[in-house]
Design a protein around this ligand. Structure first.
Ligand code: ATP
Ligand code: MG
Ligand code: MG
Length: 352
């Protein structure tokens, strides 16, 4: 059997390792943090910094292919690993998704709709971008933002200086505000032979800038759903992607057009429902692709609502555990800090 190396030891790595185990795939987690949720379920682990070349080489030597559960893998880390073993998804997917300017430029070059955007490297750039794009708009750091961190909404051009300060005067992009009716996401997989398989789009709702629920079906008609899947498949194919990717989209209010917001080169929180509602989850699908195996069907057999369990939201785990048609997942994290993802629950019902 193969061993898959996974960079990152959070809940995504944990669920990847668990899904791989069903297929007899072993997992080796690499993470600097000694209390990583993924260590509890993996076959092996390394505690070392992502920049530690010797540790990375030893890790690569002990596995058959390498993947990751977070998008901010340093480029040099990716390069060292890729010299020794297949890195899936590859360096291009990382480069495109780590930088919002590169990401949006990539979409535009493919003819895929995005919010209007402009490169902002200075306050002068921001003022020029505001006169082009207008308000409301959102200033986002190019790199390292998540859960709405590193971004600020701009309602009037007078707020330019304050906004530039709010993002720490770091390289950013200005995005025009998309008037959306809903946010949806597509989880798409691509294998080493280039086959693609997209799961049904989910409709996502956020609370305090953190994903709260993902619901399937999305409520959109077959045309919108097919278009969303096609966009995700096109992005995966253009990136020569191997593995599972999350694609976040807006459905615009008036015309119900699809606008791509961002991509994540990994399994995605908005795809957790696939564990209960499909024969093969996004996690197993990813492990299959990374191992060079064929993909399974992404068909959905049930309707589902996935709800994240954040911080100390939930104290009565037993009442959740008593629900008969729900998959409860607890990530084994000790300390319920505010905003921390502690688990999730997916409630299923027969497909309507
Ligand atoms: P994630 O945690 O999903 O990685 P993030 O911090 O990378 O989030 P985005 O997904 O780009 O940031 O933005 C966070 C949220 O802000 C979006 O889900 C959406 O609700 C809103 N948003 C972002 N960009 C725009 C936009 N151009 N127009 C309207 N709303 C937006
Ligand atoms: Mg993001
Ligand atoms: Mg997002």
């Amino acid at each position: 059997g193969s061993t898959i190396g996974i960079l990152g030891g959070g809940q995504l790595g944990r669920m990847l390792a668990m899904a791989g185990a069903r297929l007899g795939l072993k997992s080796h987690i690499y993470c600097p943090d000694a209390d990583s949720p993924a260590f509890q379920v993996a076959d092996g682990h390394t505690i070392a910094a992502y920049e530690d070349q010797a540790a990375l080489e030893a890790f690569a030597a002990s596995v058959d292919a390498v993947t990751y559960e977070f998008e901010n893998v340093p480029a040099t880390t990716a390069e060292i690993l890729a010299r020794h073993k297949p890195l899936r998804p590859g360096a291009r997917a990382l480069a495109v998704s780590q930088d919002r300017l590169t990401e949006k430029t990539f979409m535009r070059d493919l003819g895929i709709a995005t919010a209007p955007f402009a490169d902002v490297a200075s306050l002068e750039d921001l003022k020029a971008a505001l006169s082009d794009i207008g308000t409301p708009s959102i200033l986002k750091t190019r790199r390292f933002g998540y859960d709405g961190k590193g971004q600020t909404r701009i309602d009037t051009a007078d707020d330019a200086a304050a906004a530039w300060q709010a993002v720490g005067e770091t390289p950013s992009i200005l995005e025009g505000f998309v008037d959306f009716e809903a946010e949806i996401s597509v989880i798409v997989a691509r294998d080493t032979d280039g086959h693609v398989a997209a799961y049904d789009p989910a409709r996502n709702a956020h609370r305090n800038h953190i994903l709260d629920t993902s619901t399937v079906p999305s409520g959109y008609d077959a045309t919108v759903e097919a278009e969303a899947r096609t966009l995700a498949e096109k992005i995966a194919t253009e990136l020569d992607y191997v593995g599972v990717m999350g694609v976040e989209l807006f459905v615009t209010s008036t015309a119900r057009k699809l606008v791509v917001n961002e991509i994540a080169p990994r399994v995605h929180n908005s795809g957790h429902w696939t564990t209960e509602a499909c024969a093969v989850s996004q996690f197993e699908q990813h492990m299959r692709a990374v191992a060079g195996w064929p993909l399974a069907s992404p068909a959905r057999h049930s309707d589902a609502v996935m709800t994240n369990l954040i911080g100390d939201d939930v104290t009565d785990w037993l009442s959740l555990a008593r629900e008969p048609q729900a998959g409860l997942h607890l990530y084994g994290k000790g300390d319920a800090r505010p905003g921390r993802k502690m688990g999730h629950i997916t409630r299923i019902s027969p497909k309507a």
